[in-house]
Design a protein around this ligand. Structure first.
Ligand code: SF4
Length: 222
């Protein structure tokens, strides 16, 4: 009985990539990793991140050029009609829902926060259309506050392939990664994983043969 337990825990350890080694390699290969959404203020990042749900960052960046030109601040966007807002964000998908959430969020920002974006996860999380992922993106990239690891599809996929987690739920994955990763690396960890997920460790046909993590990676699920 004892030996079974021991062999299970040994097996588990062997299937996990050493976290520090992976982080070090990712840092080395993606020194310029950063948030791919274009923004000039915390407010603009908040809006861009809400729009990025089920949409590519490239598409969002195209849409926000015109959107932020017309309505660069919460106070100005609060004056935009819902119909116009829907048209401006239409190509990001789920545009009716996104426009409604943005309108309501702008009203709250103006009424409660003088048009500024709050700096706590609880206050951000209370805004319409804002989940943990959006709150972490805004706090980490606009305010340099490490509130948690941002978990998107790339982070989910890579964390499972590395054996860091065996989960699909973003909140549970974040909680696990927050424990594995030092807090001062939370913001950059997701940028590194997203960069590697886009360039090499793709959802379909990951290029394991040419991957710099090939030897260390257990490639779980592949
Ligand atoms: S591409 Fe393959 S070897 Fe590289 S991180 Fe992804 S699963 Fe691991």
């Amino acid at each position: 009985m004892k030996s079974t337990t021991k062999s299970r825990s040994t097996k588990l350890r062997l299937t996990k990539v050493d976290f520090d080694l992976v982080l070090k390699s990712l840092k080395k290969h993606y020194p310029d990793a950063h948030c791919a959404l274009n923004f000039k203020s915390p407010f603009q990042l908040l809006i861009a991140t809400i729009l990025s749900a089920q949409c590519t960052d490239e598409r969002v960046n195209k849409v926000t050029v015109e959107l932020f030109l017309r309505y660069p601040t919460a106070k100005k966007m609060n004056q935009c009609s819902l119909t116009e807002l829907e048209e401006l964000v239409r190509s990001t998908g789920f545009f009716k829902n996104k426009a409604k959430n943005i309108k309501e969020a702008c009203a709250i920002l103006v009424e409660k926060y003088q048009g500024e974006v709050p700096k706590t996860i609880e206050e951000l999380y209370a805004l319409p259309g804002v989940g943990r992922k959006t709150a972490n993106v805004v706090l980490g990239n606009a305010y340099e506050i490490a509130s948690g690891v941002v978990v998107d599809t790339h982070v989910t996929r890579l964390s499972n392939r590395f054996g860091w987690v065996k989960l699909q739920d973003a909140v549970k994955i974040e909680s696990k990664l927050n424990k594995i990763c030092p807090q001062n690396e939370w913001v950059m960890l997701s940028h590194y994983l997203i960069s590697h997920g886009r360039a090499v460790c793709k959802a379909r046909n990951p290029d394991c043969e040419n991957c710099f993590l090939n030897k260390a990676c257990p490639k779980l699920g592949l």
